[in-house]
Design a protein around this ligand. Structure first.
Ligand code: NDP
Length: 329
C-alpha cells in the first residue's frame, strides 16, 4: 500500500521533507470495516492545520501516521452489509491507495451521476461547505451584493454560483488575471477583482452599495479591505483564512468593535458539525444545477500519489487553479 506519512511538523511553509513515502502491505478489513481502493485523493487547506500540534477544532495527525484526507474510489472487500466489492464510494481515508474505513462516513455514489473526482470538489466537502455556509450563515437574498474571496477555488466557485442562482450580485476576489477571467467568464460572477491590484479601489467600484455577504476564505490583506465595506446587518461567513495558515506567530486581529456597532453576525463554522447529515439533500440540489448547466467547476488534477506533497505545498501558495485532486495511478 503506497502511503504518505507526516514525518515532522512544518515550521511556516511546509517542505517536501515534512512528508515521507512508505510502502506497506495492503490492510485487511476487520469486522465492521470496508476496504476501499482510492482513485482520487482530495487535497485541502485544512490539512495544514492537521500537520500542526497547535490547539484546533480537530486532533493533529500523529508523527509517522498517514496524512489525513478524503478519497473517492472503489470497494474491494467488505464485511459490512450494504457495501460490496465494485461499489463506488466517497469517504476513503488518508493519503494512501488502500484504506479500511467504517461505514458511518462512507457514501455510496452512483458513478454515472458525475465524474468521480467531482465528489471531492463541487459535489464533495468543499461544495457542501459552500452550500451549508450560505444556507446557515450567509443567507443571501436577491439583489444583495455578495463578495467571495479565493473565488476560483474549490469552495469559492460554488459559493458564488449558488449566490448568483439566488439572484445576488456576486463579486469574486482571486489572484491573477487568468483566475479572474475564469471567475467571470466560466463561473458567471458579475465581476472579479485581482487581490494583487488596488483591492480597496476596485471594491468601491464594484460594490457601490457596500457588501451584504462576505464569504471569508482568505484573511490577511483581503479581509482588511473588505471588512470596512460591510453594510449594516451584513453577514460575514467565516469559512477560513488561508493567507495566515503558514504564519509562525498569529497576526494582530481586526477591530471587531464594528461587529457590535453594525450589528453584524460573524459566525465561524466547520462543515463536519452538521453538514454530512444533509449530504443527500445537497447532492441532489447540486446535481440538478449541474444537469441544468448552471454549475460549472474546474479541477486541478495532479497525476500520481507521490506528487501529493508538492501539490499540497502549492495549494497554500495559490499554485492550484480549481479544486486540487490527486489522480492515483
Ligand atoms: P482553494 O481551492 O480556494 O485553494 C486555495 C486558494 O487560496 C489558492 O488557490 C489561492 O487563490 C488562495 N490563497 C492562498 N494563499 C493566499 C494569500 N496569501 N492571499 C490570498 N489568497 C490566497 O481552497 P478551498 O476552496 O479548498 O478552501 C478555501 C478556504 O475554505 C480555506 O480557507 C479553507 O481552509 C476553507 N474551508 C473551510 C471549511 C470549513 O468547514 N470551515 C471547509 C472547507 C474549506 P488565489 O490565487 O485566488 O489567491
Amino acid at each position: 500500500n503506497l502511503q504518505i506519512l507526516l514525518r515532522r511538523r512544518p515550521k511556516g511553509e511546509p517542505v517536501p521533507e515534512d512528508f515521507e513515502i512508505a510502502e506497506t502491505p495492503v490492510p485487511q478489513p476487520q469486522p465492521g470495516e470496508v476496504l476501499v481502493r482510492a482513485q482520487y485523493l482530495s487535497l485541502d487547506p485544512y490539512m495544514r492545520g492537521r500537520m500542526s500540534d497547535a490547539k484546533s477544532y480537530s486532533a493533529p495527525v500523529a508523527l509517522g501516521a498517514v496524512m489525513e484526507g478524503q478519497t473517492a474510489g472503489e470497494v474491494v472487500a467488505s464485511t459490512v452489509e450494504g457495501f460490496a466489492p465494485g461499489d463506488t464510494v466517497l469517504g476513503g481515508f488518508g493519503w494512501q491507495r488502500y484504506s479500511c474505513v467504517q461505514p458511518g462516513r462512507l457514501f455510496k455514489i452512483d458513478p454515472k451521476e458525475a465524474p468521480l473526482s467531482a465528489s471531492l470538489g463541487v459535489l464533495g466537502m468543499p461544495g457542501l461547505t459552500a452550500w451549508v455556509g450560505l444556507e446557515d450563515i450567509g443567507q443571501p437574498k436577491a439583489g444583495e451584493t455578495v463578495v467571495v474571496s479565493a473565488a476560483s477555488g474549490a469552495v469559492g466557485q460554488v459559493v458564488g454560483q449558488i449566490a448568483r442562482i439566488r439572484g445576488c450580485k456576486v463579486i469574486g476576489i482571486a489572484g491573477g488575471r487568468e483566475k479572474c477571467e475564469f471567475v467571470t467568464e466560466v463561473l458567471g460572477f458579475d465581476a472579479c477583482i485581482d487581490h494583487r491590484g488596488d483591492l480597496a479601489a476596485e471594491l468601491d467600484r464594484h460594490c457601490p452599495q457596500g457588501v451584504d455577504v462576505y464569504w471569508e476564505n482568505v484573511g490577511g490583506a483581503v479581509q482588511r479591505a473588505v471588512f470596512p465595506r460591510l453594510n449594516d446587518h451584513a453577514r460575514m461567513v467565516m469559512c477560513g483564512m488561508i493567507a495566515e495558515y503558514n504564519d509562525v506567530e498569529p497576526r494582530p486581529g481586526p477591530n471587531l468593535m464594528a461587529a457590535v456597532r453594525k450589528r453584524l453576525r460573524i459566525q465561524g463554522f466547520i462543515v463536519s458539525d452538521n453538514g454530512w447529515p444533509r449530504y443527500p439533500q445537497f447532492r441532489q440540489e447540486m446535481l440538478g444545477f449541474m444537469a441544468a448547466g448552471r454549475m460549472a467547476w474546474r479541477e486541478d488534477v495532479v497525476e500520481g500519489l507521490r506528487n501529493a506533497p508538492t501539490a499540497f505545498i502549492g495549494l497554500l501558495k495559490g499554485s492550484n487553479f480549481g479544486k486540487l485532486v490527486v489522480k492515483i495511478d
